[in-house]
Design a protein around this ligand. Structure first.
Ligand SMILES: Cc1ncc(COP(=O)(O)O)c(C=O)c1O
Length: 366
């Protein structure tokens, strides 16, 4: 036999995920506002728990029992309706893999989270992209694409990279119109940033219906992105499917210990949410004030703002100018957003510096 191993054609068609950069072209470290990480770090209790975690030579608890119980306590969910993942990324892939295959269709919105495309293609399914409504989710456009081949609908709420948010009524309407055999995955990676009295109702849908899976992460408001911990909840049959195909030891000893301490420290979560709301409001106002230069911050419920550059200053020039000043943000030409920059909400000082730099560039653009 000769030749080389050939990947499946649907795997060869995948464009690998491009993570946010943390260094400039010359390798110099930059202030990183490109990956929606938490500028406040993580809970001090989580840092203390890391030192006490089970030793590295021991395999972790394969069922993350204590962690699932603690998450269940905070959210009012039975522990057996929770499955842990190596980040919520793993769970998004497992959801597609568990329910879609060659010949099936997976729907998500234009400007949706880029992993959905990879998750759909990875199992041979066809990605189907619903048109947006001014960068937000258009429930009717999405529903119009549902047919007998549809198996999974992915929706991030709030969405990355736009920051857009669908209120409870729209989520309920979307779910009510979907056939029962279509899995609705509501990705709440940024769910904790939404004010506590304005939840989208996804957890209640997941508790009550057989076809709703909600995914969450410790990477964003909990500040544990490096530990790779996510969770999902849904009907018992959905959790059973994901448990069959997940990695058996998919959350590390340190990850389980840190997340357990972090989820019990809801004061830290409140502080991070408040910080984010205050700085996001200030930053959006600063960008809004540059509207006469063609800048347009999209409304955001997440820990970042997508700023559109529709005047003389291009997003690419602003991206380069910020990098020269030591700041790395996210420019997304590969996602049809060559005219936008997604900027993570950092510390107050970082947001002041970024706002001033963008204002200087916008006012100076010829
Ligand atoms: C919408 C959305 N979902 C899921 C993820 C995956 O996060 P993690 O795998 O770190 O939980 C991200 C990360 O940026 C995201 O933006």
């Amino acid at each position: 036999m000769s030749g080389t191993p050939q990947p499946k054609p649907w795997i060869a068609a995948i464009h690998a995920y491009v993570p946010g950069k943390s260094a400039g072209a010359d390798g110099k470290p930059l202030v990183k506002l490109s990956a929606n990480e938490n500028p406040l770090g993580c809970s001090p209790a989580a840092l203390a728990a890391r030192a006490e975690a089970a030793p590295a030579e021991r395999y972790p608890d394969p069922d993350s029992k204590a962690l699932r119980a603690a998450i269940g306590n905070v959210h009012g969910i039975p522990a057996d309706r929770i499955v842990m993942g190596t980040g919520s990324d793993e769970l998004l892939h497992l959801a597609a893999q568990g329910y879609a295959a060659l010949g099936d269709e997976v729907i998500y919105v234009r400007y949706g989270f880029s992993v959905y495309d990879i998750a759909a293609r990875r199992c041979g399914a066809t990605p189907v992209v619903a048109p947006d409504a001014d960068y937000g989710t258009d429930v009717d456009a999405l529903l119009a694409l549902v047919n007998e081949r549809t198996r999974v609908v992915f929706l991030a709420n709030p969405n990355n990279p736009t920051g857009s948010y669908l209120p409870r009524g729209d989520i309920a309407r979307l779910h009510a119109a979907l056939p029962g055999n279509v899995l609705l995955v509501i990705d709440q990676a940024y769910g904790e940033y939404v004010s506590a009295d304005d939840q989208d109702g996804a957890l209640a849908l997941a508790a009550a219906h057989g076809n709703v899976l909600v995914t969450r992460t410790f990477s964003k408001i909990y500040g544990l992105a490096g530990e790779r911990i996510g969770w999902a909840t849904g009907a018992a049959a959905l959790i059973d499917t994901l448990n069959r195909i997940r990695g058996p030891f998919n959350v590390s000893n340190s990850g389980q210990a840190m997340a357990l301490a972090a989820v019990k420290d809801q004061d830290f979560v409140s502080r991070a949410r408040d910080h984010n709301r205050i700085e996001r409001t200030r930053f959006a106002a600063a960008m809004q004030a540059l509207g006469n230069h063609g800048l347009r911050p999209l409304p955001s419920e997440a820990n970042f703002v997508l700023v559109l550059f529709e005047g003389r200053l291009t997003a690419e020039a602003a991206y380069e100018g910020l990098a020269q000043r030591g700041y790395i943000v996210r420019w997304l030409p590969n996602q049809g957003l060559g005219h936008g920059l997604r900027i993570t909400i950092g510390t107050a000082a970082q947001m002041d510096a970024i706002s001033a730099a963008i204002a200087e560039m916008a006012e100076g653009a010829q």
